[in-house]
Structures are given as C-alpha cells and as structure tokens.
Design a protein around this ligand. Structure first.
Ligand code: CA
Length: 232
C-alpha cells in the first residue's frame, strides 16, 4: 500500500501523542504540529493526504486554518477532519462550512477515528484505497500490485502503476502535468513537468499488449485524461 501521510494539528501533547501513535500503528506516516503556525510550516514542506485539525489552537482557531487551506490552490484538495471538545450542531455546521470533511467530538476512540479517516479517504482520495478497480476490461489490483488487460497480465513499473491507479480512480477528467506531479509523485519531490510525459509514454507502452494504451489521451495544452466507459 502507498503510505498515506496525515498531519495532526493539536496543541495538547497527550492527545497529539495518542492520535499520532494510533495512526502510526495503523500504518500511516504522521506529521505533528502543535499550533497553526507549525502546521503551515509543515504544509509548506509536505502536502499531506489528510489533516486532523483541533478546533482550539493557541495562535489561530482551527476553523480559520481550515478556511486558509480551502482558499489555497495547493491545499484545497486535502481532506480535513476536525477534532474538537465542542459538541452541538452549531459547531458542527461551522466546521463543515469551513470546508471540513468530517467532525469528531472528544473524547473519541482510536478505532472510531481510524474508521472516519478511512471513510473520508475512500470518498475523497480513492487512489489511496486498496480496492481493485476495473474499467473497460483493464483491471488494477492495488493490494496484489497487479494489472491485467482483458485477463492478460501487464508489467508496469512502480511510477506507472501509481499513475495508472490515479487515472483509473479519476477517469474522464483532464489532469494537468502539475496536478499529476502533486497527486502521483507527491509535491515534496522535485521533478520537472516533462517527467510526467516520460512516464505517460512508458505507461502507454506497458498497456499496448491489450490495446489499453488507447485509453490514455493527451489533451493538447492541458494534460492527460483516461477516457473510459465510452467517453470520447
Ligand atoms: Ca486544543
């Protein structure tokens, strides 16, 4: 499985540790921040796959931080789950209005937290999920790390595999090279945009034996799209 990175923003050290340790035990890579400022510093270096955000932070409210993340192109797509001692409908509505994907009231059990994280990732980031996916006779199994075209096994390198998984979980949408770099390579990796073209070319070659290379289309001036389900 691809390692999923979660940024935990929480100023109470005991809760921060409890959450971080449980996430690490479940196989997540964890980044820790005890304030909004620290969170922003972490975010400048690494774009996580999810943010767990405490409502009451010493320097800025979690709500204000969530709005900032939603207003920034780079962080807009990162799912956010609020962790808060505030119960009640009003707080929940405010969190969802600020762009949160879910909301968990303290105290919560680690099991519930992990279940909520999985649910949000399935919904928002299906390319991080291990569920097998099939489109137009092309089948990719992230758990087994195999790809088959009409039953015929296809050989893909690790980057081509991740690229295909992303395109198959987001079909019929045009992705720019920089979007693909962010989502497939991770934006802490410094690579040039033409690297994407190189791997698209390798991916097409790998899909040729079953004719599935035709699914990967170039959209001139925009990027790439996987056309499936009869989309032209
Ligand atoms: Ca707090």
């Amino acid at each position: 499985m691809m390692s999923v990175t979660v940024l935990v923003v929480e100023d109470e050290p005991a809760i921060l540790e409890l959450v971080a340790v449980n996430l690490e035990l479940a196989g997540y890579a964890v980044l820790r921040a005890a304030s909004a400022e620290e969170a922003l510093r972490q975010l400048r270096e690494t774009l996580p796959d999810m943010v767990l955000l405490d409502w009451m932070l010493p320097d800025q409210s979690g709500l204000a931080l969530a709005r900032r993340l939603r207003a920034d192109d780079r962080t807009r797509g990162v799912p956010i789950i609020f962790l808060t001692a505030r119960a009640g409908e009003e707080a929940k509505v405010a969190a969802l209005d600020a762009g949160a994907d879910d909301y968990l009231t303290k105290p919560f059990s680690p099991r519930e937290l992990l279940a909520r994280i999985r649910a949000v990732l399935r919904r928002r980031s299906p390319h991080l999920d291990d569920a097998p996916i099939e489109l137009d006779g092309l089948k990719l199994d992230p758990g087994a790390h195999t790809v088959a075209g009409r039953g015929r096994p296809l050989e893909l390198g690790p980057t081509e595999f991740r690229l295909l998984h992303f395109l198959m979980t987001h079909p019929n949408r045009v992705h720019s090279r920089s979007q693909l770099l962010d989502r497939v390579w991770g934006d802490d990796v410094v690579v040039e945009e033409r690297t994407v073209d190189v791997h698209i070319r390798r991916l097409r070659q790998a899909l040729e034996p079953s004719g599935h290379d035709a699914l990967i289309r170039t959209v001139r001036g925009s990027g790439y799209v996987l056309r499936a389900g009869g989309g032209s």
